[in-house]
Design a binder for this molecule. Structure first.
Ligand code: ATP
Length: 370
């Protein structure tokens, strides 16, 4: 297949966002020529800093640019003490999810060779699951719409719809099928586990019913169900036993941070917020103001998010070169850490943002022998 050009909107954001974004853009720059891919980049500013200056965290022109793009790379937005008058955070990343119907929050959790793991079991290095967090409804449907009853009570309402649950379930089963063919596949494959609380709540019982209706169309994928409390326990006891997990928005918010903690922390956790038409790719971490401006942020989560973007573009455009580029980035990250020659600050090393990016770039292609 010939060369491909993609329009990329880049939103660096606040805190360490611009630092890790520079690193990811450098890696993509090194990938472009090697794989005949060109990114036409448009930078869109936004975030808490911009909200403080202008009263608007993201302009309508910024959202419109995102909607026109083939993909969006997002750093991090939000800063402590910069809040709306009601105390909530300006959060364009959440608004993007709702506006562009990015219902599937994909958070791959994978042990990277050489990165220290909190679990002592030798099996911890087999951890390789993908959490799919529903990202447009659930408890977050109530965001900005909570109801106060005088000063006596506050109510937020959970919403589960058939339409989104069907799409989310299909996304998760398709993902499980694709994961069976990945070259680095470890652990059990071909399984999707719904994580819910269907023994207690009507909304989750409804979600479960729809999940198993969709499962019937995927006879080659094993569909299971797990209660969220049991999953919290099992993600600490035996996380290597899981493949694709799918869950409601709030549960996914919590479990994905737990997952990041299993594989080295937020600096190693990429994500993609994906809908039927758009994809926003960003690290799971926030703007980390405590380390911003020091050049010590770990860019791996952002770099792996760029790889996730390439993988998504590969599926959308049936372009195998994007898929190869995505794998090459993952392999280069693995090789950089596996050799022990690179250790980022968050795992006790002394390699800053640029040093990690450079180590990854040096191993592109070399790692795979491409
Ligand atoms: P948010 O609410 O936006 O998710 P947060 O304040 O809960 O953000 P983060 O900004 O993700 O959390 O930071 C949590 C902790 O993890 C901080 O101590 C931060 O320094 C650390 N951290 C986050 N990302 C990185 C990174 N890329 N490299 C190193 N440390 C990081």
């Amino acid at each position: 297949m010939g060369s491909a050009t993609f329009r990329l909107v880049v939103m660096p954001g606040d805190g360490i966002g611009p630092e890790v974004m520079d690193a990811a853009i450098a890696v993509l720059g090194a990938i472009e020529a090697r794989h005949g891919i060109t990114f036409e980049k448009e930078t869109v500013q936004g975030g808490a800093g911009q909200y403080k200056e202008t009263g608007e965290a993201m302009t309508e022109a910024g959202y419109a640019a995102a909607e026109r793009a083939d993909a969006i790379l997002f750093g991090a937005m939000g800063l402590p003490n910069i809040r709306h008058p009601d105390g909530t955070e300006p959060a364009p990343q959440l608004d993007l999810r709702f506006r562009m119907k990015l219902y599937a929050g994909l958070r791959p959790i994978r042990a990277i060779p050489g990165v220290p793991l909190v679990l002592a079991s030798p099996r911890a290095k087999e951890i390789d699951f993908a959490l799919v967090r529903e990202s447009t409804e659930g408890l977050f449907a109530s965001r900005g719409k909570g109801v106060m009853e005088g000063d006596r009570a506050a109510r937020d309402t959970m919403v589960i719809t058939r339409d989104v649950t069907e799409r989310l379930s299909r996304f998760s089963f398709d993902l499980a099928k694709r994961r069976t063919t990945r070259h680095r596949s470890k652990g059990p494959r071909g399984t999707v586990t719904l994580v819910d609380k269907s023994n207690a709540f009507l909304s989750f019982a409804f979600m479960r019913k729809i999940f198993f209706e969709i499962a019937a169309h995927y006879p080659d994928v094993d569909a299971r169900q797990h209660s969220v409390d049991a999953m919290a326990l099992d993600l600490v006891r035996r996380p290597w036993d899981f493949d694709v997990l799918v869950t409601e928005n709030m549960f996914g918010d919590i479990l994905s941070d737990l997952g990041a903690g299993l594989v080295g922390g937020m600096g190693f956790a990429p994500s993609g917020d994906i809908g039927d038409e758009h994809g926003v790719f960003q690290p799971c971490h926030g703007s980390a103001p405590d380390i911003a401006g020091k050049g010590i942020a770990n860019p791996v989560a952002m770099i792996l998010s760029a790889a996730l973007m390439l993988d998504w573009l590969a599926q959308r455009t049936a372009n195998p070169r994007c898929a190869e580029a995505a794998e090459e980035i993952e392999d280069a990250v693995d090789a950089a850490f596996a050799s022990g020659s690179i250790r980022s600050y968050d795992i006790g090393g002394q390699d800053g943002t640029q040093a990690v990016a450079k180590a990854v770039i040096e191993r592109l292609g070399v790692a795979t022998g491409a």
